[in-house]
Ligand binder design. Structure first.
Ligand code: MRU
Length: 361
């Protein structure tokens, strides 16, 4: 995707492989700041405090985290320690465990002296594959948008939740890839962007990247989606997922389930876009998906920019009122119209997934 008109990835190694560069997403949409990470502890902190976030990008960052750890020490013990440290940063997105497993399987059999170079190549491979997967998701999903465009006049109105866009991946995004593909093909689209409290990934990140790419969009309060659906102002919903169980249940940002319920009640198609590494084939259904509980101050406080350009954080609750912050919820497969994957679109069911991934049967 373009940032200030330049094609940009969200993560990139330094030419000498001494570290890698990320966009600090905690500063968006107010500041576009890059950070270079050279040490395992910095990478773990970056994922934990959500300087990078979004399931595929968490996986890609963890892969480069192993690579920077190998720069310091290529021993078996260091490889184990890196994987354990990174695996503990965020629990819900299965792409994290997937990427760490892949790094371990690639590096463990090698003599330690060979691990450093291979680690950087493998992390780069994970990133390149993510881009290809998302482009393909974009093509499959754009077909759904095109079909709606052919049946109506005016733009196709698509509601999305959280940020499952370019910023959540290495490039293109998952839920937003079909939207970018449709937009680039000249199909008129308009995106309803759920603000996505408590951390406002929709208002801060999705709105920012859609604006960078020139895609028409409107930010709405999280509670507005049901009303818009009742009034025929949403043609379809597309969201991402952090972990999809083998039966098609999907974990995604808190509030996704409520949107799926509203879509179901109003006959609005509700699609979930995901790359293969987001499927957790070990889980028969979504009940065992670990749900991250984050800090209460993400609920009690908000950060924004004043008219003079200063970034400030303010409390919006009475001092001392407790707050709870479950960061994800699970939408049952029965509320999902279809899964948009790199292998095509399928029903959200075990049979549907196996029709695209028969090798998992
Ligand atoms: O807590 P976050 O911002 O990492 O949550 C991100 C989401 O819920 C995304 O929708 C999901 O990771 C899919 S990203 C392509």
């Amino acid at each position: 995707m373009n940032v200030n008109g330049n094609p940009t990835r969200t993560i990139a190694p330094l030419p000498d492989c001494s570290g890698f560069v990320i966009i600090d997403q905690t500063r968006l949409p107010f500041r576009y700041e890059l950070r270079t990470l050279y040490a395992l502890a910095d990478v773990a902190e970056t994922i934990s405090v959500m300087r990078v976030r979004g399931a595929p990008l968490i996986g890609a960052t963890a892969a480069y985290g192993v690579a920077v750890a190998m720069n310091a020490d290529c021993s078996d013990a260091a490889l184990d320690a890196a994987c354990v440290t990174l695996a503990a940063t965020r629990p819900t997105a299965v792409n994290l465990a997937w990427a760490l497993d892949r790094m371990r399987v690639c590096l463990q059999p090698l003599p330690p002296a060979e691990r450093r170079i291979v680690a950087w190549a493998e992390a780069a491979g994970i990133c390149d594959e993510d881009v290809t997967l998302n482009q393909t998701i974009g093509r499959h999903g754009a077909g759904l948008i095109r079909a709606i465009a052919e049946r109506k006049t005016g733009p196709v109105n698509i509601l999305t939740h959280c940020n499952a866009g370019w910023l959540a991946t290495v490039d293109w995004g998952t839920a937003l890839a079909p939207i970018y593909t449709a937009f680039d093909a000249g199909i008129p689209v308009h995106v309803w962007v759920d603000e996505t409290r408590p951390r406002n990934q929709g208002a801060s990140l999705t709105a920012w990247e859609l604006k960078q790419h020139g895609v028409p969009h409107t930010v709405i309060a999280d509670n507005a989606g049901g009303h818009l659906m009742q009034h025929g102002r949403v043609d379809l919903c597309i969201v991402g997922t952090d972990r999809t169980a083998a039966n098609g249940d999907v974990a995604n940002k808190i509030g996704t389930y409520l949107k799926a319920l509203a879509a179901h009640d109003n006959d609005v198609p509700f699609y979930v876009a995901l790359p293969g590494p987001t499927i957790d084939w070990t889980l028969p259904d979504g009940r065992a998906i670990p749900i991250e509980e984050r800090r209460a101050d993400e609920v009690t406080c908000l950060t924004g920019e004043t008219e003079t350009g200063e970034l400030i954080t303010v409390r919006v609750t009475p001092e001392g009122s407790p707050a709870a912050n479950p960061a994800f919820d699970v939408t049952p497969a029965r509320l999902v119209t279809g899964l948009i994957t790199e292998r095509g679109v399928c029903p959200a069911s075990r049979e549907g997934l196996l029709s695209l991934y028969p090798e998992r049967g």
